[in-house]
Structures are given as structure tokens and as C-alpha cells.
Design a protein around this ligand. Structure first.
Ligand code: IMO
Ligand code: MG
Length: 425
């Protein structure tokens, strides 16, 4: 059996949590392949809302196996907190969750390094979620990192201490070291307690587990975090996250061969948002942007920060579709546009005076002006619609344009945050 992949095509927060939850009845295994607690995947059902950071979004469905893959970075404190919240609502996490021994650990000092680095950058800061993601991946690629499997070793404390000392040495070079040192001591206490909880989970060689499950024809859904424009290689560097968020990340982050990838579901919002710094060509710094933020409740699920908002960007969307070979598109938050008289999509850019449909090298350093195409709004409440035949013509036109430009069918349209408010075409 081939593995299907769900990825975000914009700057994150596309609604991956909801979609994985909606799709899981068709899957037996759900696996996260990159990122860490910088992610905030929201799910809503039975009038309740949950936000997951590290745990795969298949956890609520009966009988699913949920795997945190080798490509993920894990903060045991945040993981424990998530697990406890799930247990309160009756989810048997110990029976359903497996963690790769090769996943890297986010140390308390990684969090401090993240904070120190961002503070030192001043105006040019990334707008990181400050969860220690960047420093943890730096130690992974720098070959210094600690992995989940290391917690089982007798030498774990020693290895920890070694890395900690290295981090302290770096932290000393930053202003405000004393306060970082204090925060570090406080977080360390919690951290070591939660290592105890992590030890009680199923710690596995997930690449073997996953390939065996695929051989047994089990259906697996790989759940991405962040979005394609935050990808380490293809995003708006340096305003990106520290992992590969595109489809290829599922291969390296889970140990799945490229030839074993099936459907690639690409998720995008009917408009655009970005949280944190960095270029955003279609950003609206006016009442329209304000209205999108208010209607779409665009505030970060992980940090609570207000999200920047703007129109859908076809140049960026086509780029993301290309990099990941998306086979099915999923359009989210379509209902947020219900009351807009006119809806715009950036069909091309004018970069330093030249018109292009290609996403440029440095969106930040160049003058990028979106060239918009206007659409008539549907001015109708979509959330009560149950079938495609009831779509207003204006929405059909909007969908047809996106499908024609990307060359990929829109498989699913979301018209509200609840599981039920989803139309499969
Ligand atoms: P989900 O999975 C939106 C952004 C941060 C910052 C940049 C780098 O919920 O879509 P990092 O903490 O990774 O060093 O931050 O990436 N960012 C996200 N934005 N959704 C996310 O995850 C994000 N994870 C990171 O705001 O600009
Ligand atoms: Mg989010």
C-alpha cells in the first residue's frame, strides 16, 4: 500500500488538523513527519475544540495507530501536557501513540537559545514560536543532538550535560544571560519529570513499523506541519522554519520511499495568512485585511499572535503544488469570504517591473507587486450547504479558476470549522 500525504501549501495554519481528522476514517495509521510543537493543529467536533502540537491528528479516532516520526523534534514537557489533556477526555494515548527513537529532543537550553537568537536579531527576527525548533534542528544537522532513544541509555544524563554545557557557552555571548539561566533551571525540572512520561510511551524504530504496516496493506496518512512557504529550502528564506515541510519531508521524516507515496493532499485557505515576519506579497494592511482576520478568527493556535492576512496568491500556490506534486487540492475556510462583494486572487507578480508567474528567488529583497484578478463574491452563507450542487455560481467560478491554473482538482471544500462542515466533491 502507498502512503498518502497531507501538507500545507501556504505559510501554515491552513487547517491540516481538521482535514487529517476528517480523512482518518479512511486510514489506519497517521504519522507526523516533521516540525514540532511550533505546530498548532486545531480539531473541532461535538462542540469541542482541541489543539494538538506534537501528537498526530488521528488520535481521536478509534483503532488508529499514531506515530511521531523520526523527522519530528519533541519537547517532552509539551508532549506530556498534550497527553494529559487527551487523557482527560478519555483518549487512551498509551495504546494509540508510538514515538520514533530517532526523533530529536528539544532541550530546555534549545528554547533559551531560540529566545536569545531572536532577541539579538531585533528588527530582522524570524518571528519564531520560540519553542526551540531552530536550535534543535541545528544540533541534529550539526551531529550534536539528543534523540528520543537516548533517554533509555545509562549515559543519558551525561550526554545531556555535555550538550547543555555547550549551549551555556553560546548563551553567555548573549545579552541577558542571567535571566536565561534562571528560566533554564525552572524548565529543566519540568523537563526531566516529563522524560519519565516519555519513557512509558511506545518508543519504536518507526521506519520499520511503518514499512511493515504498508506491506500489510494498512492505509497510512502522513501529516505535515507548517506550510510549503515556510520550507527550509523552498520557503521565503530566511523567514522559514527549520525543516522540510514539502512532500519530500514525508520520505525522510518517516523512512518512506518516494515510490511509496500515493496521493498528495495540498491544503490551502481560500485567502492567505502568515504569522511571524517575512515577505507576504498579497498582504492587506487595510480594513479588508482586518475583516479577514476578524471573520476568520486569525489568531495563532500556538502563540495567540494575530495573523497577517491577504488575498489568495496563485503564484505561490502553483509553486507549492509544483514542488510537492500535489494530486488533490483541499480548500479551507471558504465560508470566511461569504460576505465579500469582491474577492481577489494574485494571478501574477510584477517583480522589479517585469511580469512573472514564477515565484522569485528573494521575495523580500525585490519589489514584488501582485497583479490581481477580481471575482464577484457569492454573498451567501455557505456553512449550511451540504452538497456541491448547491454551490453558488460565483463559488463555482472561483474553484474553476484555481483548478485551471494549478491543473489539480479541488477534492474537498471546507465551509466551517466543524468536522461536519466539509463537502467532498
Ligand atoms: P502549523 O503546523 C504557522 C512560523 C513562525 C515563524 C516561522 C519560524 O500550525 O501550520 P519556528 O518556531 O518554526 O522557528 O518559526 O514559522 N511557524 C508557523 N506558522 N503555522 C505553523 O504551524 C507554524 N510553525 C512555525 O510563526 O514565522
Ligand atoms: Mg497553526
Amino acid at each position: 500500500m502507498k502512503a498518502d500525504v497531507v501538507i500545507g501549501l501556504q505559510w501554515g495554519d491552513e487547517g491540516k488538523g481538521k482535514i487529517v481528522d476528517v480523512l482518518t476514517p479512511n486510514y489506519e495509521v497517521v504519522a507526523r513527519f516533521q516540525g514540532g510543537p511550533n505546530a498548532g493543529h486545531s480539531l473541532e467536533f461535538n462542540d469541542k475544540k482541541f489543539v494538538l502540537h506534537t501528537v498526530p491528528s488521528g488520535i481521536f479516532r478509534e483503532g488508529t495507530i499514531n506515530i511521531i516520526g523520526n523527522g519530528v523534534v519533541v519537547d517532552p514537557v509539551i508532549l506530556q501536557d498534550e497527553i494529559e489533556k487527551l487523557e482527560v477526555v478519555g483518549v487512551n494515548v498509551d495504546a494509540k501513540l508510538q514515538v520514533s527513537k530517532k526523533a530529536h529532543l528539544i532541550l530546555p537550553s534549545h528554547r533559551m537559545l531560540d529566545a536569545a537568537s531572536e532577541a539579538a536579531k531585533g528588527k530582522t527576527k524570524i518571528g519564531s514560536t520560540l519553542k526551540g525548533i531552530g536550535p534543535a534542528y541545528m544540533d541534529k544537522t550539526g551531529r550534536n543532538g539528543l534523540r528520543v532513544g537516548d533517554i533509555l541509555l545509562d549515559s543519558f544524563k551525561e550526554k545531556y550535560e555535555q550538550l547543555r554545557q555547550k549551549h551555556i557557552g553560546i548563551l553567555k555571548q548573549y545579552e541577558g544571560f542571567n535571566s536565561y539561566e534562571k528560566d533554564l533551571a525552572a524548565y529543566e525540572e519540568k523537563w526531566f519529570k516529563s522524560i519519565g512520561r516519555l519513557k512509558r510511551l511506545m518508543l519504536v524504530d518507526s521506519e520499520h513499523t511503518i514499512n511493515k504496516l504498508l506491506k500489510q496493506n494498512k492505509r497510512l496518512l502522513a501529516e505535515g506541519a507548517q506550510g510549503s512557504l515556510l520550507d527550509m529550502d523552498f520557503g521565503t528564506y530566511p523567514y522559514v522554519t527549520s525543516s522540510n515541510t514539502v512532500c519530500a519531508g514525508a520520505c525522510t521524516g518517516l523512512g518512506i520511499a518516494p515510490s511509496s507515496i500515493g496521493e498528495v493532499y495540498g491544503i490551502f485557505k481560500a485567502y492567505c495568512t502568515r504569522v511571524g515576519s517575512g515577505p507576504f506579497p498579497t498582504e492587506l494592511n487595510d480594513e479588508v485585511g482586518e475583516r479577514l482576520r476578524a471573520m476568520g478568527k486569525e489568531f495563532g493556535a500556538t502563540t495567540g499572535r494575530p495573523r497577517r492576512t491577504g488575498w489568495l496568491d496563485m503564484v505561490a500556490l502553483k509553486y507549492a503544488v509544483m514542488i510537492s506534486g500535489v494530486t488533490k487540492l483541499i480548500m479551507m475556510k471558504t465560508d470566511i469570504l461569504d460576505t465579500f462583494e469582491t474577492i481577489k486572487i494574485a494571478a501574477a507578480y510584477r517583480v522589479d517591473g517585469v511580469e512573472t508567474e514564477e515565484f522569485p528567488y528573494d521575495v523580500d529583497g525585490m519589489e514584488v507587486e501582485p497583479i490581481y484578478r477580481e471575482f464577484k463574491g457569492w454573498n451567501q452563507n455557505l456553512s449550511s450547504i451540504k452538497a456541491e450542487k448547491d454551490f453558488p455560481q460565483e463559488l463555482k467560478d472561483y474553484i474553476a479558476y484555481i483548478e485551471q491554473e494549478t491543473g489539480v482538482p479541488i477534492y474537498l471544500v471546507s465551509v466551517g470549522s466543524d468536522r461536519e462542515e466539509t463537502i467532498i466533491r
